[in-house]
Design a protein around this ligand. Structure first.
Ligand code: GLU
Length: 427
């Protein structure tokens, strides 16, 4: 971490272990020299606008009261209301939520949708709780963050371990509080409650679209391309399925249950059925099980990390044998790994572009809710495709112009947009 990043560390983070927020600070430091007149405003990005920590006391099924820690961070609201998911995971922390909220600021700016960045989360391992307990926890969390969110202030969406049902509970809890049917308060809802057609698949679809664009630029034919995917849920599973349908060979998939491999290509529909039935890829037919560490050494054309942050780090980046990495997850590559991959000519398409399909269709959902006028899935997918392709073209041009990586190009383009808005607002 550079000295200037350390200076900007807020007092409420541990300087000896600042966590993912330090990664974001480093990414900002790296692009500051490219920001021209906007560089004078860059410190704005190093301080989240609003940080809320809540206590969530909830009665368990056996009558005990348990307390959970929850967060909502609004990183920057210069380009519109805050937007970003809510994550339920045992590793959720303030630093992680801050970093994820900042990446939402960058992401919404990269695809040019009128939002700022926000993120929320509850520190909990949902596997240890019943559905009824999760409902009470979600509703109580929503009541607590209702003080800072609003249809035109901050609109939560889904993230890790948040389903359409989760979003329905959040919407209901908010609607009851304000006394108004409020579908526009959250996105990722069930279709019956104002959710958008195509939202569930949108992140994976966007990853697929970006992978095909980047593959074309790297002279990789999708037909027959070997693809490795980490995480086979809503993002990796859909991207893998669409690539398989386009003729690529998904040769390996890794998730929390293990790593499966077939050099001739996995039977992707069968693996998806296995995940649906058992919760993981382990036990899929017609494949071998390999060591998890082997996954990062496999020779392939396209590698899609679509699980959690920090998966590609300085220790495994040296071994990666892919031509192209398309980041389905948020923050899967550390800055140190970025440097190693760059030296080794592995092209990385950053999360803030590659996985922006989800928030883009969340935006469509919100627009449909505000106008009470709903679109066909064809219209949703076409508009998504147009936005993703335009954003890719824009970043490729920026990368070419400054001779930088796509991640640096994304941060340059996004920081310019946000800081220009900041300057105009006179912040
Ligand atoms: N969780 C998704 C993301 O990281 C989408 C959030 C949303 O739709 O608000 O981009």
């Amino acid at each position: 971490m550079s000295t200037s990043s350390t200076e900007h560390l807020p007092s409420y983070l541990n300087p000896n272990d600042p966590g993912p927020w330090a990664v974001f600070l480093e990414q900002v430091d790296r692009v500051t020299p490219y920001l021209g007149e906007y560089a004078q405003w860059v410190d704005t990005l190093k301080h989240p606008e609003r940080t809320l920590i809540v206590n969530i006391p909830v009665k368990m099924d056996d009558g005990r009261i348990e307390h959970f820690e929850g967060y909502r961070v609004q990183h920057n609201l210069s380009c519109g209301p805050g937007k970003g998911g809510v994550r339920f995971h045992q590793e959720v922390s303030l630093s992680e939520t801050m970093a994820l909220s900042a990446w939402m600021s960058i992401k919404t700016a990269v695809v040019g949708i009128p939002y700022g960045g926000a993120k929320g989360g509850v520190r909990i391992d949902p596997r240890n709780y019943s559905a009824a307990e999760m409902e009470r926890i979600t509703r109580r969390y929503m009541e607590e963050i209702s003080k800072v969110i609003g249809v035109k202030q901050d609109i939560p969406g889904p993230d890790v371990n948040a389903s359409a049902q989760t979003m329905a509970w959040m919407m209901d809890s908010y609607s009851k509080k304000v006394g108004e049917y409020s579908p526009g308060i959250v996105t990722g809802k069930p279709i019956e409650l104002g959710g958008s057609l195509g939202r569930a698949e949108s992140t994976g679809r966007g990853v697929f679209t970006i992978a095909t664009e980047a593959a074309r630029d790297a002279n990789i034919a999708i037909e027959g391309a070997r693809v490795c995917v980490q995480g086979f849920g809503n993002v990796g599973g859909i991207a893998g399925k669409l690539l398989h349908e386009a003729g690529a060979k998904v040769i390996a998939v890794q998730d929390h249950t293990g790593t499966i491999f077939n050099a001739d290509g996995l039977d992707v529909p069968a693996v998806l059925a296995q995940v649906k039935a058992t919760g993981g890829v382990a036990g899929s037919a017609n494949c071998d099980t390999i060591e998890n560490s082997e996954f990062w050494r496999l020779e392939c054309e396209i590698l899609i990390p679509a699980a959690l942050a920090g998966q590609i780090h300085k220790d495994n980046a040296e071994h990666i044998n892919a031509k192209l990495i398309v980041e389905g997850a948020n923050g899967p590559t550390t800055p140190a790994a970025d440097d190693i991959l760059k030296k080794r000519n592995v092209r990385v398409v950053p999360d803030v572009l590659a996985n922006a399909g989800g928030v883009t269709v969340s935006y469509f959902e919100w627009v449909q809710n505000l106008s009470s006028f709903y679109w066909s899935v064809e219209e949703v997918n076409q508009r998504l495709d147009d936005i993703m392709r335009a954003a890719y073209a824009n970043l490729s041009a920026t990368a070419e112009e400054h001779q930088v990586s796509l991640r640096t190009a994304a941060f340059i383009a996004a920081c310019e947009r946000i800081l220009k808005a900041n300057q105009l607002l006179g912040a």
